[in-house]
Ligand binder design. Structure first.
Ligand SMILES: Cc1ncc(C[n+]2csc(CCOP(=O)(O)OP(=O)(O)O)c2C)c(N)n1
Ligand SMILES: [Mg+2]
Length: 393
């Protein structure tokens, strides 16, 4: 590792230097690595994998047993919906699906932290958050079927359209948050992004604008360890929540597989933002248990042992154990939640099969109010090409 030599009388700095280097030289000169190794940062946890509460000096969950049971049910629904999306894609009903498997606690926890007037800027994997915000699940199916790019009422649901372009939603979220504060409301904005998105230039611009203008925005970064086949270790040399330091706002890492911790930390961050404290970066440390999308094969780039180790940290299991061991949730509740989720998925499937087939040329209609001449020519060529097939109807 490249090192530089710094002379300092500061004993604190020397202590840090001693931690970071194998052997600090004697005297005032302390060798400090130019790039500090990624120290294992503290991660907020409020629920152990066995389902027991963990005390934390700064955060505590205020959710009662009934609300945690409702959140568990939403997690079961999110997982079941996600499974149906994957199945429908495999059966040719959807063009693509981006699984959320493993990220249920992060998304439902964040969803339960939101106030009614808050606004979410999602990526393409936010199906759990979408369900909490009462977005019509069929709207998401239409998108992945290629019919449109999302038609839900973003204002009514406080939930924007999915962004497939990595990080593109982050400057929009900050601009929206700046508008919210000019409106004088106490609403806040939740801006979703992934670990890979943190490498996009636009995300740095968004962080900086948010800090400079004290925008009421919480950057909710789901670090699911992978950006397609790029591992987190190739994405960043420091823990991602520490990026916030350099921009001048707080960052915190939370166990993203811990529903209670995500809800508590995100709720505190949103309150900080809505009361004029400016932005916060919440890094939800989690794992994408499935493929990146249905076009991806993760066995090509990661080990089965890694997947198995994260399966032991399953976010649903943890909440189920808590409810069973520490609340009076009746035993039948869990079977009922699964049965209701199965019935919900069956309705989604039935409605999805009844959706129209998208036409290739439809996308020419979705960008311009009036189609430019060159695109009109191109569309005519595509029409002609499609008509050349024997089974063209
Ligand atoms: C601007 C841009 N560059 C590249 C891509 C291709 N791409 C799609 S998903 C993805 C990885 C994103 O990883 P991350 O931000 O960690 O989100 P995750 O998929 O893990 O939820 C990339 C590079 C894209 N959609 N947009
Ligand atoms: Mg990722």
């Amino acid at each position: 590792m490249t090192q530089r030599t710094v002379s300092t009388p500061d004993s604190e700095l020397r202590a840090i230097g001693a931690q970071l280097t194998d052997a600090a030289p004697a005297g005032d000169a302390v060798r400090i690595p130019l790039r500090a190794p990624a120290l294992q940062p503290e991660m907020v946890q409020l629920l152990s994998t066995e389902g027991d509460r963990i005390a934390h000096p700064n955060y505590c969950s205020t959710l009662d047993g009934a609300t945690i049971a409702a959140a568990y049910r939403d997690m079961v629904f999110a997982r079941r919906f996600d499974q149906e999306g994957t199945t429908l894609q495999r059966q040719g009903q959807l063009g693509l699906w981006a699984p959320l498997l493993g990220q249920e606690a992060a998304q439902i926890g964040a969803g339960y932290a939101l106030a009614a007037g808050d606004h979410v800027f999602p990526t393409y994997r936010e199906h759990g958050l979408a369900l909490v915000r009462q977005v019509d699940p069929l709207g998401i199916m239409r998108l992945f079927r290629g019919i449109d790019q999302g038609t839900w009422d973003t204002v009514e649901h406080g939930f924007g359209l999915y962004s497939i372009v990595i990080g593109a939603q982050t400057p929009h979220a900050v601009g929206y948050a700046m508008g919210v504060s000019r409106d004088g409301t106490d609403d806040a904005v939740l801006c979703c992004l992934g670990d890979g998105a943190a490498s996009e230039g636009g995300v740095s611009e968004a962080f900086n604008f948010a800090a400079v203008f004290d925008a009421p925005v919480v950057f909710f970064l789901q670090n699911n360890q992978w950006a397609i086949s790029a591992p987190n270790t190739r994405q960043t040399a420091v823990p991602l929540h520490q990026r916030a330091d350099g921009f001048g706002f707080p960052g915190v890492r939370v166990d993203g597989n811990d529903l209670l911790a995500v809800q508590a930390v995100t709720s505190a961050a949103l309150d900080h933002a809505r009361t004029g404290g400016g932005p916060v970066l919440v890094e939800a440390f989690t794992y994408r248990m499935g493929a990146h999308t249905t076009s991806d094969d993760p066995t090509r780039y990661r080990l089965a042992e890694e997947e198995a180790s994260w399966r032991r940290r399953d976010p649903l299991e943890r909440v189920r154990r808590y409810l069973q061991r520490h609340t009076d949730t009746p035993a039948e509740f869990f079977d009922q939640a699964q049965a209701d989720a199965d019935a919900f998925a069956a309705r989604v499937r039935r409605d999805c099969l009844a959706l129209p087939e998208p036409r290739v040329t439809d996308f020419y209609q979705h960008v311009y109010g009036e189609l430019p001449d060159d695109l009109a020519v191109e569309r005519a060529q595509v029409d002609e090409y499609l008509a050349s097939f024997a089974d063209a109807s």
